[in-house]
Design a protein around this ligand. Sequence first.
Ligand SMILES: Cc1cc2nc3c(=O)[nH]c(=O)nc-3n(C[C@H](O)[C@H](O)[C@H](O)COP(=O)(O)OP(=O)(O)OC[C@H]3O[C@@H](n4cnc5c(N)ncnc54)[C@H](O)[C@@H]3O)c2cc1C
Length: 460
Amino acid sequence: MYAKVDEEVLDELREVVGDDGVVAGEDQLEPYSHDETPQLVFRPEVAVRPRDSSEVSRIVTLANSRRIPLTPRGGGTGLSGGALPVFGGILLSFERMNRIKEIDTMNLMAVVEPGVITADLESEVANCGLFYPPDPVSSDSCTLGGNVAECAGGPRAVKYGVTRDYVQGLEVVFPDGNIAKLGGKLLKDVTGYSLLDIIVGSEGTLAVVTQAVLRLLPLPGHKVDLLIPFDNVQTAIETLSGVMRTGIIPSTMELMEGKSLKVCEAYLKREIPFSDAAIHILVQLDGNRREDVTREYEIVGELVLDKGALDVMVAEDKSTQERVWEPRKNLGDALKESGNLFVRDDLVVPPSQIPTLIDEVRRIEDKYKVDIHCFGHVGDGNIHVDIEGDSPPGEKTELIHDLYEVTLKLGGSITAEHGIGFVKKSWLAMGLAQPEIDLMKRIKASFDPNNILNPGKIFE
Ligand SMILES: Cc1cc2nc3c(=O)[nH]c(=O)nc-3n(C[C@H](O)[C@H](O)[C@H](O)COP(=O)(O)OP(=O)(O)OC[C@H]3O[C@@H](n4cnc5c(N)ncnc54)[C@H](O)[C@@H]3O)c2cc1C
């Protein structure tokens, strides 16, 4: 169905990106053959590292005219296999397109190339007193191109929203090689259908993102983190909805269960306070005036203690805050190292349903005799479910079916932020109605009639 990358294609690619922009050879291609999805390896035939959008356009045109699959890749931190070249072909890496081109302090916008590491943008704009809120926990190694493609969220989504809410403009290369500018430094624009909005979250299947214009906010002057242990999950979640009803909107509300804390203690080789608690909630409050933030954390502190929290640990300075966040930030790596992970799932339900979801997960854990860790963005109802065990493949499939069935029954969805990618495409029909899937396939076909751009993702 697809053509192979032969010597002639390699020569053409070298002509476009130079010899040092072409990566070939088994060992050299190894880093491009996996992402952070457990147990998946697909090696590309070649990886190319363009320097600008015109080079990207020439590569895309070449792939399209010869029907060679082309897979965009950012930081390779994806958890749904989205950046893996499942049909081989050309892997398009943005490691040489990693410039922050402009920080526009008048319009509060940044213009960036797709290979910029997310945390680098956050710290660069902070130097100008500005704030880029989307903060995937992988922000030290994921890229803005990957964030746009996945519509990444993160802990701060509960107050500040997700990547989509900050993408004002995109430069993209369509699968026929044409370069287009969509949107720009505009806060309003309703000219025709919003192609920009359909590309955000399209998992690299509709267009290649070569530049983004991202909205910034003024940097909040103060933030405080509260580490709140509870001995009961249900009470903790009920208390959080009580916090929201006070009118205070925390910038994060993260959850870690007791058994995940133990895994982190072993990984970090240090004691975590209250690691015997059933659950820790990490609440962050931010604002411009110290006295407002202090007043808010006093209100939250009193409320949660009143409802049964075991304690409230307050972190006001940077080093204590980093220590408080360290277990949450390292949990993914700790779980990866500790066991035999076969699923890193990403469910979302209305926040009030989280206790029921966690109860159901425990039932499924007992039924299939696996070990399940629930953690994540409890404030917006998004729970990560990492599963370890050596069940036979058929049982693993049944387990995932049970998990999604429960999630959907609770009014949820099978992915909140990691995307469908390769790993969830066989479950798409469970999460969406057939007419929606058919319409999406027609959209894909009209962007990419030869199906060369990131094939084998989202749809079977
Ligand atoms: C420890 C850990 C914590 C995480 N925490 C979060 C979290 O809090 N929130 C969250 O949302 N996700 C999280 N993730 C998942 C992952 O980091 C995000 O999906 C992130 O957006 C992926 O970015 P990336 O640059 O690594 O993209 P990749 O993994 O390289 O690619 C992801 C997708 O984007 C496409 N793509 C990449 N660049 C482009 C481009 N320029 N044009 C078009 N398509 C492109 C790829 O084809 C692929 O489909 C986490 C992952 C890990 C390992």
